[in-house]
Design a protein around this ligand. Structure first.
Ligand code: SAM
Length: 228
């Protein structure tokens, strides 16, 4: 087995072990955040990041160019659930970074609590992402707003949160599930609708769109940049 850094994305690694697996270096060695596979190499622990379990991993596998999750950055995560994807972002951000994780479902946030307690750089926020004003006392200005809520109004939710919390020059990254918005339209039309809604505010520029098939068919990851 061999581990090598991802060619473009700091903090992300390839495990070469017969197959090529995506991974992050465990921020809390000895602690597993879910039932992920852990591999040891040269005294370090690497957590396999499956694109079948995480849309952000699927976006990396499919060649996303813009990856604003970097060491020391601040992230507002909408729809953090039990922290599967967030735990890998937490590995990448390291101790100096922070994730504010908004989640509305009590059951899943209960599973997030031990993950947040072990990692220290995740702050759970039990609220609806539709009501950003309710957590504005807690969340500071961030470098990235990441959204994965699978709701019909997900573009509006992203805009409202970016308006309140995203710094100028920062990025909004959204996992769009086409069928959550309109089952009758072809996914491409739904992605274009989301892009138009966000860009028409005049405050955000479309950076890129990456299809998540075959890992998540009819899903896309769309990246925006705050320009004013
Ligand atoms: N992002 C997670 C991951 O990759 O580990 C999976 C998220 S799952 C697809 C969507 C999550 O969004 C669910 O946990 C759901 O409860 C949450 N959600 C749905 N509507 C929400 C809202 N209005 N505010 C906050 N969370 C919401």
């Amino acid at each position: 087995m061999r581990v090598k850094p991802h060619e473009r994305i700091p903090g992300v690694f390839w495990i070469l072990d017969g197959k090529k697996l995506l991974a992050t270096k465990n921020l809390v060695p000895g602690h597993r955040s879910y039932d992920e596979v852990v591999k040891k190499y040269k005294g370090e622990e690497y957590r396999v990041w499956s694109p079948k379990r995480s849309k952000l991993a699927a976006a990396i596998m499919n060649g996303v160019r813009t990856f604003p999750f970097k060491r020391g950055k601040k992230v507002l995560y909408l729809g953090i659930a039990s922290g599967t994807t967030a735990s890998h972002i937490s590995d990448i951000l390291g101790r100096d970074g922070i994730i504010y994780g908004v989640e509305v479902a009590h059951r899943v946030i209960r599973e997030l609590l031990p993950v947040a307690e072990a990692r220290k750089n995740i702050i759970p926020v039990m609220e609806s992402a539709r009501r950003p004003e309710n957590y504005s006392w807690l969340v500071e200005e961030v470098d990235v707003v990441y959204e994965d809520v699978a709701q019909p109004d997900q573009a509006r939710i992203l805009i409202n949160n970016m308006d309140l919390f995203l710094r100028k020059g920062g990025h909004g990254v959204i996992a769009v599930k086409a069928s959550s918005i309109d089952v009758t339209l072809p996914p491409k039309k739904v992605y274009a609708m989301v892009e138009r809604e966000v860009v028409s505010t005049g405050r955000y520029r479309l950076v890129e769109r990456v299809n998540l098939a075959p890992y998540d068919p009819k899903h896309a990851m769309i990246v925006f940049k705050k320009v004013s």
